[in-house]
Design a protein around this ligand. Sequence first.
Ligand SMILES: NC(=O)C1=CN([C@@H]2O[C@H](COP(=O)(O)OP(=O)(O)OC[C@H]3O[C@@H](n4cnc5c(N)ncnc54)[C@H](O)[C@@H]3O)[C@@H](O)[C@H]2O)[C@@H](O)CC1
Ligand SMILES: Nc1ncnc2c1ncn2[C@@H]1O[C@H](COP(=O)(O)OP(=O)(O)O)[C@@H](O)[C@H]1O
Ligand SMILES: [K+]
Length: 491
Amino acid sequence: MRYLVTASEMRRFDENTIEKIGIPACVLMERAALAAAELTEARCDGRGGYVLVMCGMGNNGGDGLAVARLLAERDFRVEVWCVGNREKASPQWKQQRSILEKYPVEFTDKPRRGDYGALIDALFGVGLSREIKHEYAEAVMLFNSLEGWKLALDVPSGIHSDTGRVMGCAVRADETVTFGFCKRGLVFYPGCEYAGEVSTADIGISERSFYGRKPEMYAYDEEAAQLLPKRQRGGNKGTFGKVLLIAGSLNMAGAAILAARAAYRTGAGMVKVITCAGNRTILQQAVPEALLGTPNELDRSVEWADVIAVGPGLGKSAEALSCLEGVIYGSRLPLLADADALNLLAEHPELRAALAEQGAAGRKVILTPHVGELARLTGQSVSACAEELLSCGIALASELHAVVTAKDARTLICGEGHDVCVNLSGSNGMATAGSGDVLAGITAALLGQGMDAFEAAAVGAYIHGRAGEKAVGKRGEYGCMAGDLTAQMRY
Ligand SMILES: NC(=O)C1=CN([C@@H]2O[C@H](COP(=O)(O)OP(=O)(O)OC[C@H]3O[C@@H](n4cnc5c(N)ncnc54)[C@H](O)[C@@H]3O)[C@@H](O)[C@H]2O)[C@@H](O)CC1
Ligand SMILES: Nc1ncnc2c1ncn2[C@@H]1O[C@H](COP(=O)(O)OP(=O)(O)O)[C@@H](O)[C@H]1O
Ligand SMILES: [K+]
């Protein structure tokens, strides 16, 4: 697990480190600069060669000045290009600038060479507060146009460190070395594409600097198998969860098949699929391990189950609605609602209110909307939901007292009063019909094995992405189909 921080969280941790722990700011800056200088030396294949350092007037620029000094000490020929009004420079910048006077570096008002071995971007870090314009925009454009390996310090200049948005224009780096903790903007699109490969340098700001207030967002990065519920050696199929899947209308059997397979491949002991009578033969052939039932057996099946997943390929027929009503009014089992169950919830405020009441009373509920479904549920436009996935996900989770898996290239798991988990696994090869059905099956199986709703949603998204990466490894981004995901699930 690793934390992802905002600029204001990072500022708080900086301040705690400096003021409460007592490590001077210049020590932090020196360690940041040392990490960047070492990376530059490693990438430039030894010492020597020309390096350009583009510095702004804040502490990010101060880092750049310190890197220039360290590289000059290592025999690099360093050109320092300062952009901005020096009267507004930060105190640490001024201190670094005066130290640098004593070193053999060249100060320039414009880069003059065409053969830099390395170009270091220290224009703006977490202090970027508005769109980049005028001389700064020109500097970013010129920097991007130069040939050579590019390293961004802390954040590529122009990328919003909380959201990953481009603030007018931004540096395109080959690598970013970020200080202390990874900034959120380095994992969200498009920031992650501008950042290149990201490494996090330890500069002396650690969990000790939290002083009781840890960052609100985290991501998993461990082996998927380590996150799965412990499997009891003496368990039987009843121990590992009975998943009731209500899915697949006529001509939509595939969604039920994918979700059922995914649930079995995530360790579910038994999976029963309630689907329309017309899907019976195909389901029996495709997933012979699954039990089958029709909507008129819903009540008995609910009594049998440990967890319910409703929605994949369900459609919005009267029968679909009555199934959804059945699992809301007729049960308090852990419930996952996906796809058409979400569309029905968006159209039926009374069902939504009932679910909210149950969520408040402690029922485990997970909703897994993609951006389109989230837009229907929140009454916002699709583009507004895509832009504001985090706030939309949190708002829905709070309204329904539920866990919301807001699906996108960077899926967010939001829970009421919870930290937010962002999923970093996966690939664009998963942007193909049916991968959401696989996620529903995975997450329901984890719920059935007793996981807490938030954990099931977060771990589910993560192992789903890992399966996607493996499937893409085998079939390529273009060739990957949702069925390849279930084929690659092996823990
Ligand atoms: N304070 C600390 O303890 C540490 C800070 N460090 C570095 O300090 C950085 C943060 O420093 P600062 O808070 O000084 O912020 P920055 O250096 O990121 O930038 C702030 C400066 O840029 C100006 N600015 C912001 N947006 C602008 C825009 N669009 N156009 C023109 N000017 C703009 C601000 O007015 C301010 O002068 C971090 O990213 C990191 O690189 C590191 O040295 C590690 C330790
Ligand atoms: N570019 C991407 N990178 C990583 N994951 C992705 C990407 N595009 C889609 N996904 C994942 O694929 C799944 C698609 O789900 P969904 O849109 O519900 O598909 P469907 O309804 O067709 O089953 C989601 O879990 C989403 O996070
Ligand atoms: K930068």
